[in-house]
Ligand binder design. Structure first.
Ligand code: ATP
Length: 241
């Protein structure tokens, strides 16, 4: 479904950040992209969703194919219309708006008649959002804001969901809850997911396949079972060394 080929990304005309990155995310699967701080994981997601321009970043080589169409030169609004949505790192919700209005914003690309069903569907995944539907998003806890950010993306009925560090800063029980929901969204709705994580253990437990990135390139790939039994992955990413 998604193929990234030899992607090169430069920031501010000088900082070469992705150095020939290739990966793929298979239809209906959960794919994990792992790597240390600064490896280029967020940059990869922004390149796919067309959001690099806003950060003075540019794709200088390679291409991104989505269902056989090259999307690396498309503006973000066209990429969104193809069903590709990114949940940015750091729970970017509209803090001065209610929970439900945040969800409403997520559904703007869909017909109005779908709104009620869409909201109920999201509340089905996140009952806590339903309890707080009238509350201002800025007053929600970090975990609840993360749920809202994911819920808002689901309102748009994505076909490919790009998740940037959904577990960041969350207590272990909440991490489990978020990852359970990611699994459900994938299995119940068939949404393809590309998941960027520093929590390698959680990511490898939820994903089907994984790619490990260092310094702008993929250095290792395989099924999550293979990666979890790889001694280097165990030492450097799972803290088992
Ligand atoms: P983290 O886990 O810390 O978010 P990451 O793997 O997602 O790391 P990126 O955020 O993609 O890494 O950053 C990769 C490199 O690109 C870093 O060296 C970073 O400083 C640089 N970079 C990211 N965004 C910009 C920007 N807007 N302008 C210049 N350099 C940037």
């Amino acid at each position: 479904m998604l193929t990234v080929e030899n992607l090169e990304v430069v920031y501010n005309d000088v900082v070469l950040t992705l150095k020939g990155l290739s990966l793929c995310a298979g239809q209906g699967r959960i794919t994990a992209l792992l790597g240390a701080n600064g490896a280029g994981k967020s940059t990869t997601l922004k390149a796919i969703s067309g959001l690099l321009a806003g950060e003075d970043g540019e794709i200088t080589d390679g291409r991104i194919l989505y269902d056989g169409t090259a999307i690396n030169r498309l503006p973000p609004e066209k990429i969104v219309r193809l069903g590709v949505f990114q949940v940015m790192e750091g729970r970017r919700v509209f803090e001065d708006m209610s929970v439900e209005d945040n969800l409403r914003c997520g559904g703007v690309t869909r017909p109005a008649r779908e709104f009620r069903d869409g909201v109920e569907r999201v509340y089905g995944y996140f009952p806590r959002l339903k309890e707080r539907r009238q509350q201002l998003a800025g007053y929600m806890s970090g975990g609840e804001q993360q749920m809202l950010a994911i819920g808002r993306a689901l309102m748009a009925r994505p076909r490919l969901l790009l998740l940037d560090e959904p577990s960041l800063g969350l207590a272990p029980l909440l991490v489990e809850e978020i990852f359970d929901i990611i699994r459900r969204v994938n299995s119940e709705e068939g949404v393809t997911i590309l998941l960027v994580e520093q929590n390698a253990r959680a990511a490898l437990s939820v994903a089907d396949v994984g790619f490990i990135m260092e310094n702008g390139r993929i250095v290792l790939e395989g099924s999550c079972a293979e990666l979890a039994s790889n001694p280097d992955v165990q030492e450097f990413y799972l803290g088992m060394g």
